[in-house]
Design a protein around this ligand. Structure first.
Ligand code: GLV
Ligand code: MN
Ligand code: MN
Length: 410
C-alpha cells in the first residue's frame, strides 16, 4: 500500500469543526442551521471559502449542492465523499458536518503531501439532508441522483408557505452547475453513528453495511371545536383525542411488529389548544423505520388501518401526506470491506454495523458503489445539543476516510 504513513491534520480538522459550530450556535451547545436559512448561508460561505483556499475546483449546482474537486492524473468519474452542513433545530455540531469537513481535510492532506491520485477526488455538501423544514430528507442527494426533479424540489414549501426555490434564491445558492448527471466512481460518507453500538462495544470504526428503510407520514385530523363542559362525550368530534390515540398506537406498534421496528411521533399540534375547548384540528407525524421492507410495509398498513378506524369512530376527517419513503439500502460489500481493512491497517478497532439514521450515502448508492464509515457518539446521543464525538474518534474516522479515498482513487 502506498502512502501508508500519511495521516490527516487533526488540529486543522478540529479547528474547523469548532468554527463551523459557531454558526447557528444554541445556548448550552449545539446548533440550529435549518436548510436554506441565513445560518445555512453563513455555513456555506465558510465552507466555500475553505474549499477555495484548498485550491479545489468549487462548483455549486442548481440545487445548492456544493462540490470541491481535486484533479486526478486522469479525467473521468471522481471518487466522491460528502455529507451535509444543515442541522435539525436542536442539532449537535457533528451530524453531517464531520463528514464534510473530514472530506475537505482528506483532500488538503493529499495537497500537503503532494500526492497525485489517478482519479479526481471530490467532496460534496448536499443541501437539506435533515428534511426538518422541507420534506423529504436527503433531498440534495435525491435531486442529484435524479430521484426528485429539480422543479418539483423548488416548489416544496415549509410551514410558512415559503418555497425552496425562493429560499435558495434568497441565500444566493442557486448555482450554475447542472445537478448530477455525471458518473461517480464510488462514494464514501463518514458520519457519527448517532446510536450507542460502537461505544457500548468499545469499537472506534463502524464499517457500515446498510441503512434501514424510512417512512414519514403526516396526519391532519379535522373535527369540530366544542364546549368542554357542555358537550356530551358521545357527541364529540375530538381531533385531539384521535391524534393522541394514534400517537399512543404508534408507540405500541414498535412492540407489535418487533424485530427492530422503531416508531416516533415527533410533531404533535392541536388547535385551538385551549383548556376548555374540544380540539378542532390536530396534526401529527409518524416516523417509522425498519431494516426489513416487508416488516416496514406491515407496520405502515397496521398504522393506516388504526388511523382510519379511530378517526371514523370519532367522526373526525383525516388527511394523510407521505413526507418521505425510502427503502432499506445495502452498501457495496467490496467497499465495506475496504473500509474495514483501512481501519485495521491504521490500528483502529472496527466492526460491521447498520445505520439507524438516514444518510445521503443511501441515495448515492443508487448510482455508484457506496459505503459509510461510522465513529462513536458518546451516550449514543444525536439530534440533541449534547451530541458529542471525541477528538480522537473524529481524527480516526477522517484517517480511515483518507485511506479509503486514496485506495479508491488509485
Ligand atoms: C436524518 O437525520 C434522519 O432522520 O435519519
Ligand atoms: Mn446526518
Ligand atoms: Mn441528522
Amino acid at each position: 500500500m502506498r502512502h501508508e504513513n500519511i495521516r490527516i491534520n487533526r488540529e486543522r480538522l478540529l479547528r474547523r469543526l469548532e468554527e463551523m459550530g459557531r454558526i447557528g450556535a444554541l445556548e448550552g451547545g449545539g446548533n440550529s442551521r435549518l436548510a436554506f436559512t441565513e445560518e445555512d448561508r453563513e455555513a456555506r460561505d465558510l465552507l466555500v471559502g475553505w474549499m477555495r483556499g484548498a485550491g479545489l475546483d468549487v462548483r455549486i449546482d442548481r440545487f445548492g449542492n456544493i462540490t470541491g474537486t481535486r484533479a486526478g492524473l486522469e479525467d473521468g468519474p471522481p471518487v466522491m465523499t460528502g455529507s451535509h452542513i444543515d442541522t435539525v433545530a436542536t442539532g449537535g455540531k457533528y451530524d453531517g458536518v464531520l463528514g464534510v469537513l473530514a472530506g475537505l481535510e482528506a483532500l488538503e492532506t493529499m495537497n500537503d503531501a503532494g500526492i497525485e491520485t489517478k482519479r479526481p477526488v471530490a467532496v460534496t455538501s448536499f443541501s437539506n439532508e435533515e428534511g426538518v423544514r422541507f420534506q423529504p430528507d436527503m433531498m440534495g442527494s435525491l435531486v442529484y441522483q435524479g430521484g426528485l426533479p429539480l422543479d418539483e424540489a423548488y416548489a416544496i414549501v415549509d410551514r410558512d408557505g415559503c418555497s425552496i426555490g425562493e429560499s435558495l434564491e434568497r441565500i444566493g445558492y442557486i448555482g450554475d452547475a447542472p445537478v448530477g448527471g455525471n458518473a461517480v466512481h464510488a462514494f464514501i460518507e463518514l458520519h457519527i453513528e448517532q446510536g450507542p453500538i460502537l461505544e457500548d462495544e468499545g469499537s472506534t470504526i463502524g464499517a457500515v453495511e446498510g441503512v434501514q428503510g424510512i417512512s414519514w407520514t403526516e396526519y391532519t385530523f379535522a373535527g369540530r371545536s366544542a364546549h368542554a363542559g357542555t358537550t356530551p362525550m358521545a357527541r364529540r368530534h375530538d381531533a385531539g383525542y384521535v391524534a393522541a390515540a394514534v400517537a399512543a398506537y404508534v408507540r405500541r406498534l414498535a412492540e407489535e411488529v418487533g424485530r427492530g421496528q422503531v416508531t416516533t411521533v415527533g410533531v404533535f399540534e392541536v388547535e385551538p389548544n385551549l383548556v376548555n375547548v374540544v380540539p378542532e384540528r390536530a396534526r401529527i407525524t409518524a416516523d417509522i423505520r425498519n431494516f426489513d421492507n416487508g416488516l416496514l410495509k406491515d407496520a405502515e398498513d397496521k398504522l393506516n388501518a388504526f388511523v382510519t378506524r379511530t378517526a371514523d369512530e370519532e367522526g373526525v376527517a383525516v388527511e394523510r401526506r407521505t413526507l418521505a419513503r425510502f427503502d432499506p439500502t445495502s452498501f457495496a460489500p467490496a467497499l465495506v470491506e475496504k473500509i474495514g481493512n483501512a481501519a485495521e491497517r491504521l490500528g483502529y478497532s472496527t466492526r460491521r454495523i447498520a445505520s439507524g439514521a438516514g444518510h445521503d450515502a443511501q441515495i448515492m448508492a443508487r448510482i455508484c458503489p457506496t459505503a459509510m464509515i461510522f465513529v462513536p457518539s458518546v451516550g449514543g446521543i444525536s439530534h440533541n445539543i449534547e451530541e458529542y464525538t471525541s477528538d480522537e474518534d473524529c481524527e480516526a474516522g477522517a484517517n480511515v476516510m483518507l485511506h479509503a479515498l486514496l485506495d479508491l482513487a488509485e
